[in-house]
Design a protein around this ligand. Structure first.
Ligand SMILES: N[C@@H](CCC(=O)N[C@@H](CS)C(=O)NCC(=O)O)C(=O)O
Length: 209
């Protein structure tokens, strides 16, 4: 098994973080330089189907893309600690919050950064009006998480799960443009500090710790 990765990006960071929570340190990692277009080569497109990372290559030649799908596969290979749910109810609630974390928070905030940071113009034609709409929408999503975190220590269960990783990697990507959520969202701030303090935050890579 082999992971195609890149150091600063938030979606690959989810997988690195997940592996660190599982204590998996021996998975071979191939770093691609997105700024040099290494994810756009015919070799990478043949394995990934899209110019994206992360990609997990299995020993039988199967390629899995989509960071959450990769984590789900890794969960079945390395079941402990459980990050996707143990019962039907828990699994569904974790899926629900993972989708909310992705759709309401991570995607808009990642798009905000992509359309704001000058260096990312190599990947994206900056659209300031779109960036502003994404920030507004991501901040509405943060309020949803803040309310949830008033009633629960972690986003989806009584322990860290994939939902927390998806949300935090998206939010923390904002550091590239010096964006931090308002400390007025005290529950979110408490949770973000707990996430930042985990050893996996460092293993997650230079996206932030
Ligand atoms: N939904 C995919 C998104 C993958 C993705 O967009 N990866 C970014 C890095 S965070 C990428 O490869 N970007 C290359 C580009 O924009 O050219 C996932 O969760 O894995």
């Amino acid at each position: 098994m082999k992971l195609y990765d890149t150091p600063l990006a938030p979606n690959p960071r989810r997988v690195r973080w997940f592996l660190a929570e599982k204590g998996v340190a021996d998975l071979p990692i191939v770093q691609l330089n997105l700024m040099q277009g290494e994810h756009r080569t015919p070799e990478h497109l043949a394995r990934a189907g899209l110019p994206n990372v992360p990609v997990l290559e299995l020993d039988n030649g199967t390629h899995i893309t989509e960071s959450v799908a990769i984590c789900r596969y890794l969960e079945s290979r390395y079941p402990e600690p459980n990050m996707f749910g143990r019962t039907p109810e828990e699994t569904a609630v974790i899926e629900m919050w993972t989708r909310r974390a992705e759709l309401l928070v991570a995607i808009p905030l990642m798009q905000y950064v992509r359309h704001t940071h000058p260096a990312l113009a190599a990947l994206e034609t900056p659209d300031p009006a779109f960036a502003a709409r994404c920030l507004k929408s991501g901040e509405s999503g943060l309020k949803v998480l803040d309310r949830r975190l008033a009633e629960s220590e972690w986003i989806a269960a009584n322990r860290i799960t994939i939902a927390d990783i998806v949300a935090f990697a998206g939010i923390d990507f904002g550091r590239l443009v010096k964006y931090r959520p308002s400390q007025d969202m005290a529950n979110l701030a408490r949770w973000a500090e707990a996430m930042r303090a985990r050893p996996a935050a460092r293993a997650g890579g230079p996206g932030g710790a």
